[in-house]
Design a protein around this ligand. Structure first.
Ligand code: FES
Length: 104
């Protein structure tokens, strides 16, 4: 199981914001909404688009390329053409800093 990596202070990511990172060679997007803080793979499972360039609405992340949608809480697809879930990673706050551990 992957270790946690410190990414940025929670105060630097306001609700409604997304931020992309590369962790262990994998592109990850952090999503913060009023519903919580989540980390997912940043590359859409439909084709090659960066989800950090899409729209975040409550728990719904919409791909900028073809409009596929994913649930940020677990990565499951919510709308076509997306059919394959996104990898969803573990997130925790430690001393006010967001930390993420990659899923296997
Ligand atoms: S690349 Fe994301 S829906 Fe097509």
């Amino acid at each position: 199981m992957s270790a946690f990596h410190a990414l940025l202070p929670l105060s630097d990511l306001p609700p409604g914001a997304m931020r992309a990172f590369e962790l262990e060679g994998r592109e990850v997007v952090l999503c913060r909404t009023r519903e919580g803080l989540y980390a997912l793979d940043n590359i859409c499972t439909h084709a090659h688009a960066r989800l950090c360039e899409g729209r975040l609405r409550a728990t719904r992340l919409v791909c900028p390329l073809h409009g596929g949608a994913f649930d940020i809480r677990d990565g499951r697809p919510l709308g076509p053409p997306a059919q394959v879930p996104l990898g969803a990673h573990r997130v925790r706050i430690s001393d006010g800093v967001i930390e993420v551990a990659l899923a296997d």
